[in-house]
Design a protein around this ligand. Structure first.
Ligand SMILES: NC(=O)c1ccc[n+]([C@@H]2O[C@H](COP(=O)([O-])OP(=O)(O)OC[C@H]3O[C@@H](n4cnc5c(N)ncnc54)[C@H](O)[C@@H]3O)[C@@H](O)[C@H]2O)c1
Length: 479
């Protein structure tokens, strides 16, 4: 286990105190030199998208895994390479970092970058827990950094068109919103003995803030999503996109956090080393338009590769906005408005957020955080909604679908959503036993303080707002 040495402590302190002087003053024609930190599937894609923006150079590549690093080096042969991101932070010629590591590293890497005077593009969820997300916002403000969250749909022009359409009143008032994600995944296996991390990975650096506990799945990379130590489950994976769309399009960023959250679900049908639910249903009481959400990883049918769809409507839309005179349904890159009979009355076509990288670069040049489409505080909130849905689930008691239904008897969309579950589970050859479904607690939230209140403020709930950081990789209380 890594313990902080005097040298590493001094280095961190030095990072913090020299921050502002470390940033270069950019001229209009100066190249922006980017370090790409984390070079798995998304990190490679992000590097490519940044490199395409005029005036950008991928100048530093960083991955704890030398296989990922060597592969990226083939594409950017002139870039420097390192397994240790602290080297990147110490390099005064780097203007900005793109953080595409696992979720458990997002905040610490981004705070270090802010302290070192660098701007940041950080993947979603921008945090691994709510407390540290706020610390990143504080660091962005304190060091006057441009920090963009990686929910690229914020840059999709069709969102403005959709907002204007909803404002036109053609569909009438919004009654409630239903968010969905059906995306098929598979079991991650369950080993008898802990996985030995591959020798090409610097495991101490890979772990960073996470706890050094045995890994019982088959694969180190990517499947970190499905254990709480490093990931946030599917709600923390697709949820930040979908709930960010919701917060932007429906609530216009006026509702930071919900007032109450209730969740349930289970990791059904897979006897594996994963901990996060593959079937998850959530209710958000916003104090305004109510929201239900369900997230599924089981396929349409046992043995099939295809994902299921929202059963009642046969749609895979991420967001269905139910209005008095019809509804809108859509997802990444577009959607359609329907009248009450279901007839399409308008179509929306977007680009999926292809200009998000360019938006980041132009805000680096203007030095105006208001120019960012995914300014960090907004995406902190959207990520926090996911964390809240996970906390309610994690605090849940063993129960069944009837108990889950009874938890919110008065809300019809919740009843409808849970009525969909039996057919989906039967198609997957799953017969629920009592106790297979967790039924969460309705948690009350103080949005301004970003904490639980009243009976919800139990030590167990409050503990899940934060994590235990591994020595040497602590997110600082004072950024
Ligand atoms: N915006 C999007 O549409 C989108 C899509 C996919 C993934 N993502 C996000 O991007 C992130 C990465 O996802 P992925 O699918 O590429 O995961 P991945 O597991 O394939 O890649 C993560 C990479 O980070 C590296 N890494 C881990 N610790 C590191 C450290 N300390 N320093 C440098 N590198 C380190 C790993 O070795 C690995 O190569 C996730 O947070 C995910 O949520 C976003």
């Amino acid at each position: 286990m890594h313990t902080p040495t005097r040298r590493s402590f001094l280095r961190q302190t030095a990072l913090a105190t020299t921050a502002l002087s470390a940033s270069r003053v950019l001229g209009a024609n100066d190249k922006i030199r980017i370090a790409s930190i984390g070079l798995g599937g998304q990190g490679s894609g992000n590097a490519g998208r940044m490199a395409k923006v005029p005036g950008v150079e991928i100048a530093y590549l960083c991955d704890a895994d030398t296989v990922a690093l060597d592969k990226a080096k083939l594409k950017y042969p002139n870039a420097k390479t390192t397994q240790d991101m602290r080297k990147v932070m110490e390099d005064p010629t780097i203007d900005a970092v793109v953080v595409s590591t696992g979720n458990h590293w997002h905040v610490l890497a981004s705070i270090w970058a802010c302290q070192a005077g660098k701007d940041v593009y950080v993947e979603k969820p921008v945090s691994h827990n709510i407390w540290e997300g706020r610390k990143l916002v504080e660091a962005a403000r304190k060091y006057n950094r441009i920090v963009q969250g990686g929910t690229q749909q914020r840059s999709d022009p069709f969102h403005d068109e959709l907002k204007a359409y909803l404002d036109s009143g053609e569909l009438g008032k919004i009654k409630y919103v239903r968010c969905n994600h059906y995306g098929q995944r598979a079991s991650i296996g369950k080993r008898e003995t802990p996985l030995a991390p591959p020798t090409h990975v610097d495991y101490n650096l890979w772990l960073g803030p996470a706890q050094d506990i045995p890994i019982m799945r088959e694969r180190l990379q990517y499947d970190w999503h499905w254990v709480w130590n490093t990931g946030n489950g599917e709600l923390g994976n697709w949820g930040p996109h979908i709930l960010d769309d919701l917060r932007s399009v429906v609530f216009r960023d006026k509702i930071a956090l919900p007032k109450r959250v209730l969740a349930g679900g289970g990791r059904l049908g897979w006897n594996d080393a994963g901990e996060t639910p593959n079937t998850h249903f959530i209710y958000f009481d916003t104090g305004d338009i109510p929201v239900v959400m369900d997230v599924h990883n089981l396929p349409r049918k046992a043995g099939m590769k295809a994902s299921d769809v929202y059963l009642r409507r046969r749609t895979s839309a991420f967001m269905i906005i139910e209005c008095e005179n019809g509804y809108y349904e859509g997802g990444r890159g577009g959607g359609s408005a329907h009248d009450a009979s279901g007839k399409v009355v308008k179509k929306f076509k977007g680009d999926g957020g292809g200009t998000h990288a360019a938006n980041f670069i132009s805000a680096i040049r203007s030095r105006k955080k208001e120019d960012l489409k995914g300014e960090i505080e907004k995406i902190h909130y959207s990520s926090a909604w996911c964390h809240l849905g996970n906390i309610s689930y994690r605090l849940g008691q063993a129960g069944d679908l009837d108990q889950a239904k009874a938890a919110l008897k008065e809300f019809e969309p919740w009843q409808e959503m849970l009525s969909d579950e039996p057919a989906h589970l039967t198609a997957n050859d799953i017969t629920l036993k009592a106790g297979d479904i967790k039924v969460g607690k309705m948690l009350e939230i103080d949005a301004a303080k970003e904490t639980f209140i009243g009976d919800s403020a139990t030590p167990e709930a409050l503990a899940l707002l934060k994590r235990e950081y591994r020595a040497g990789f602590e997110v600082p209380d004072m950024v």
